[in-house]
Design a protein around this ligand. Structure first.
Ligand SMILES: [Fe+2]
Length: 225
């Protein structure tokens, strides 16, 4: 069925609002994940801007960052109540499905095609040992590499139910040690420059304005494409 631009824009808007609701629902299951999504979106947009990405790519990584873990909504409650650093093998296998589930939730949103891959590949690694597909550096979209670095930095610098936060210096070291295995080296250095110059994101990153701003940016392009 063909839709007019105006109705495609409305569908896109509604779908994004639904995703925001799903993220809130995920926040009920796991308060950490919701605030984490907002902070990752901010870090990812800052890094993309510093790397010279265009306006469209910057909000693509913003939306990807915001919803990167939305697929966790489908995971068992046990995963969120687990207080051990290491998960049992079967729960680990389940966690590894979240990029696929998240991408499936995003895939029917017109205009957001590039964002699907950012969510799908945010746990891939430079050395090909990531998941779900084991892609190598050259095959991973730049936006997914940006989200991966932002995700790791935020996870390390904030308290999680099973892990106390580390210092910013320690987080820089983790990122640098992960270069070429986990992360793109050039992006890591640019990310560190950005944090040294402009600081870290506020701890309670839930920011409804950011979600609205991203939805507006996404759908602003929708009417003209
Ligand atoms: Fe994730």
């Amino acid at each position: 069925m063909r839709h007019s631009n105006a109705s495609r824009k409305r569908i896109c808007e509604r779908h994004l609002q639904l995703l925001t609701e799903l993220s809130r629902a995920l926040g009920e299951k796991d308060r950490y994940t919701q605030a984490h999504g907002y902070r990752v979106a901010r870090y990812a947009m800052r890094l993309a801007t510093r790397l010279g990405f265009g306006h469209r790519e910057v909000w693509d990584v913003g939306i990807g960052g915001l919803f990167h873990d939305v697929g966790k909504l489908a995971l068992s409650d046990q995963i969120f109540t687990n207080r051990e650093t290491r998960l049992p093998a079967e729960l680990k296998r389940e966690v590894r499905c979240h990029p696929l589930i998240g991408a499936a939730l995003l895939k029917d949103i017109d205009y957001l095609e590039p964002v699907v891959d950012l969510v799908l590949f945010h746990h891939e690694r430079e050395d090909g040992k990531g998941y779900p597909f084991g892609l190598t550096g050259r095959e991973i979209p730049p936006g997914a590499k940006i989200i991966s670095i932002s995700d790791c930095f935020d996870a390390v610098t904030t308290d999680r139910p099973y892990q106390k936060r580390k210092s910013i210096r320690a987080a820089f070291e983790i990122l640098r040690n992960g270069c070429r295995r986990y992360f793109c080296e050039d992006y890591v250095e640019t990310f560190i420059e950005e944090i040294e110059e402009n600081g870290i994101e506020l701890e309670n990153g839930t920011d409804p304005l950011l979600a609205d701003e991203l939805i507006r940016s996404a759908t602003a392009g929708a009417g003209t494409m």
